[in-house]
Design a binder for this molecule. Structure first.
Ligand SMILES: [Zn+2]
Length: 258
């Protein structure tokens, strides 16, 4: 799917920053921005095409103008779905989603998102609702959904809802959550990997992979930076990696331990 994302608020109206609702020491705009950032990588990992249409920190004369701009961006992206991410306020509890009409194709997604946020975060499900007057829903050709994740002025809600969890709960409505690779973890359980080649062209890596498999090696291609690395094994013990390197060399492959 092509999904346009909007982090609610995060613009200036005149000279005032629109931080959305506030409560319990938090600002809605910070939460929606962090949630959208998380959502982009989660949805892209699922194979969706994603665009963040938020005009961060841009100045508008009227509240309606930035909504119109987001909607235009979503439509020129050719979005199948426009998700406008918000946090509620006003003394309630739980999650709710809004759509333009019951006939909208966004309905099934809006219901799913509501259920998943409620389940994943452990807060009340207020359900999917309809309002044809909200700007995000009205001015977008793409089927749109406003998501109000929880109530910022409810201490229990806002303790449970982190941007990471919020993003996961939304993303799980569109596919599987893929675990993101841990970033430069300390080398406590270093693996010794056997590499038989590194290529800038994917096809070359795939060709080598085929040759290895034909010889009975269990190999994979790992993308690292701009390189496609062909890896035939990963070991806790360096001596086991070395043994495999010897074996590979006997079979005519270049191999190193990395
Ligand atoms: Zn809002």
């Amino acid at each position: 799917m092509r999904i346009a994302l909007s982090a609610g608020h995060n613009v200036y109206i005149g000279s005032n920053f629109d931080c959305g609702a506030v409560g319990n020491g938090k600002r809605e705009a910070d939460i929606t921005k962090a949630t959208v950032k998380n959502l982009i990588s989660l949805l892209e990992a699922q194979g969706h095409k994603v665009k963040d249409v938020t005009p961060y920190n841009q100045r508008f004369s009227h509240k309606k103008s930035h909504h119109l701009k987001r909607c235009r961006e979503a439509d020129s992206f050719g979005a199948d779905l426009y998700l406008d991410v918000h946090i509620n306020a006003g003394g309630g509890t739980g999650v709710e989603t809004w759509i333009y009409s019951n006939g909208s194709s966004s309905k099934k997604h809006a219901e799913k998102i509501c259920n998943n946020v409620s389940k994943h975060i452990g807060i009340r499900n207020r359900g999917m609702k309809v309002n044809p007057n909200y700007w995000s829903l009205k001015h977008c050709k793409a089927p749109a959904i406003i998501i109000e994740g929880c109530f910022i002025d409810n201490a229990n809600d806002i303790k449970k809802l982190t941007p990471k969890k919020y993003a996961e709960a939304i993303a799980v409505s569109f596919g599987e959550i893929k675990e993101s690779k841990p970033k430069s973890q300390p080398n406590t359980n270093k693996l010794y990997r056997v590499q038989t080649g590194a290529f800038s062209v994917r096809k070359n890596a795939d060709d080598l992979l085929k040759k290895l498999k034909a010889k009975g090696y269990d190999a994979i291609v790992v993308k690292q930076g701009n390189l496609y690395k062909v890896q035939t094994g990963a070991f806790d013990k360096k001596e086991n990696a070395n043994k495999l390197v010897m074996q590979l060399k006997k079979d005519g492959f270049e191999a190193i331990v990395i």
